[in-house]
Design a protein around this ligand. Structure first.
Ligand SMILES: CC(C)(COP(=O)(O)OP(=O)(O)OC[C@H]1O[C@@H](n2cnc3c(N)ncnc32)[C@H](O)[C@@H]1OP(=O)(O)O)[C@@H](O)C(=O)NCCC(=O)NCCS
Length: 225
C-alpha cells in the first residue's frame, strides 16, 4: 500500500477530514480534557506543538500508507444530528472546552454555513503486512453522547474495509472506560478477551498509579454494523 487517496468521507451528517493548522487551538483545547488524557495516549501535558505534531502525523500516515488519522466535523448546517440532538441533561457538556474554541467556523449572518469545528477524531493505524489496523477515537466534551464516536468510526471503518482492503481492525479499551467499550459494541466489534493489568491507569506524573485491565475488541468487514 502506497499513499492513501482520501475520498470525501461523509454520511451526510458528519464529515471526516485530515486535521490542519487551523485546528490546532481547538484540538489543543479538547486534549486538555481529563478523559481524553486518561483514556488515550495523547501527551500530558498537551500543548499546541503536540497538536501540530498530530497534524503532521496525520499527513505522514496518508503519504506513507501507515495510518488514517482524521478529525470529524459537521456535514450539514443543522449540526451533526440536527437541532434536537442534544440529549436531556447534557446542559453542561461543554464545560471543559473554552466557549470560543472554534466559534469562527460560522461567521455572523451566515446562518446556513456548515460548521467546520472539530468535534472529534478517529484514526486507524495500519499494519500493512497483515492488512489489519488498530482503531482509536476521542470526542470533544461538548459533543459527547450524540453518536459522534460511532458515526466517525463507522465511516472510517467502511473506508478501511472497502478501498483499503483491511481484513481486521482491533481496539484496546480500558475495562474501566464504559464509553469506549460501548462504542466498540455498537459498531459490531466482538469482545475477544481481557489483557490483565495491561494498562497503567491514571495520568503521567500522578502518584500511586495502579494497573488495570484492557479489553480487546476485534472487527472483521462483515461484522461492521
Ligand atoms: C468514549 C467516547 C469516545 C464516546 O464518544 P461519544 O461520541 O460520546 O459516543 P457515542 O455517542 O457514539 O456513543 C456510543 C455508545 O456508547 C455509549 N456511551 C458513550 N459514552 C458513554 C459513557 N461515558 N458511559 C456509558 N456509555 C456511554 C452511548 O450511550 C452509545 O450507546 P448505544 O450505542 O447503546 O446507544 C468519548 O466519551 C471520549 O472521547 N472519551 C475520552 C476518550 C476515550 O475514552 N477514547 C477511547 C479510548 S479507547
Amino acid at each position: 500500500m502506497d499513499g492513501i487517496d482520501l475520498p470525501d468521507l461523509t454520511d451526510g451528517r458528519l464529515r471526516l477530514r485530515p486535521p490542519e493548522e487551523r485546528d490546532v487551538a481547538r484540538v489543543t483545547a479538547i486534549c486538555q480534557d481529563v478523559e481524553v488524557q486518561r483514556w488515550t495516549r495523547v501527551p500530558v501535558p498537551y500543548t499546541e506543538d503536540d497538536a501540530r505534531r498530530f497534524v503532521q502525523f496525520s499527513s505522514d500516515g496518508l503519504s506513507h500508507g501507515t495510518g488514517v488519522r482524521l478529525v470529524a466535523v459537521a456535514a450539514g448546517a443543522d449540526g451533526v444530528l440536527g437541532p434536537d440532538a442534544a440529549p436531556d441533561g447534557d446542559a453542561d457538556a461543554d464545560a471543559d472546552v473554552p466557549p470560543d474554541a472554534g466559534e469562527d467556523a460560522a461567521p455572523d449572518g451566515d446562518e446556513g454555513a456548515v460548521s467546520d469545528v472539530v468535534l472529534g477524531a478517529a484514526g486507524i493505524d495500519i499494519h500493512r503486512r497483515d492488512l489489519s489496523g488498530e482503531l482509536g477515537y476521542w470526542v470533544a466534551p461538548d459533543a459527547r453522547r450524540r453518536g459522534i464516536a460511532t458515526r466517525s468510526s463507522r465511516l472510517l471503518l467502511r473506508f478501511a474495509f472497502g478501498p483499503l482492503q483491511l481484513g481486521y481492525v482491533g481496539l484496546w479499551a480500558a475495562a474501566d472506560n464504559p464509553g469506549s467499550n460501548a462504542v466498540a459494541r455498537s459498531l459490531g466489534f466482538t469482545f475477544e478477551g481481557t489483557a490483565r493489568d495491561a494498562f497503567l491507569l491514571g495520568l503521567p506524573g500522578e502518584p500511586d498509579r495502579v494497573r488495570g485491565d484492557a479489553n480487546r475488541w476485534g472487527l472483521r468487514p462483515e461484522e461492521l454494523t
